[in-house]
Design a protein around this ligand. Sequence first.
Ligand code: ADE
Length: 260
Amino acid sequence: MVFDILTIFPDFFGSPLQEGIIRRALEDGKIQVGIHNIRDYALARHRMTDDRPIGGGEGMVMKPEPLAECLRAVIEGEQNRRVILLSPKGNRFTQQSAQRLATVPRLVFICGRYEGVDERFRDKYVDEELSIGDYVLTGGELAALVVMDAISRLLPGVLGCEDSAVNDSFSCGMLKHAQYTRPRIFEGTPVPEVLLSGDHAAIARYRFIETVKVTLERRPEMLLDVRFTPAELKLLKKEGLFGRIETVVKEYKAEPIHAG
Ligand code: ADE
């Protein structure tokens, strides 16, 4: 997978790419990252990459020409790529988006700044606009790192153990169960007994129930889209959780639309 990042702050990406799993993925050639300074493509005397909004108003808008020049130089006729603008106005980036984008050979991230990018650049060159959440960052750089990280760990061979991504929170549509490690007793609290039993089927059942419980407590709406197997449904009934899930489904699906 090749990532290209178009930014006016290339130094921003120094240390985040030099740590942990991402560093190893780069060293192993599982990912390649090109950092491109938009300012290098600004021809104006002062190498300006932004200007005042036409029509007046606050802040500065990123100029279209340096962005377009930089992008053209980076993609050079490459067909199998997607150009992504990071902005608070974009569609919400989710685990599903990460899975979808992990299949694209080359992703080009445009890091917006100021009040946004000129709309004509967006219309002509951007394939999709993504936001990492309902808050406004000082620019798209942090968002690009978040998106790149979430995608990279899904690529074959990037995580040590292939199935660690399969069992992630969100991959199964629910939040992940709690985890424990040594010591067996921490400040008087032991790890749950079943985890020490060596009974793999019992551990799997326990973890499934914990997964459902934590999702019910923290993100119940996620359960609306989960399809349980008959064996899981039986277990949920036995543990008294089926009724709680039914209540959630009724509450969310029957939510009235309030006027004004
Ligand atoms: N740029 C500024 N805020 C952002 C956000 N929430 N997501 C993506 N890019 C952004």
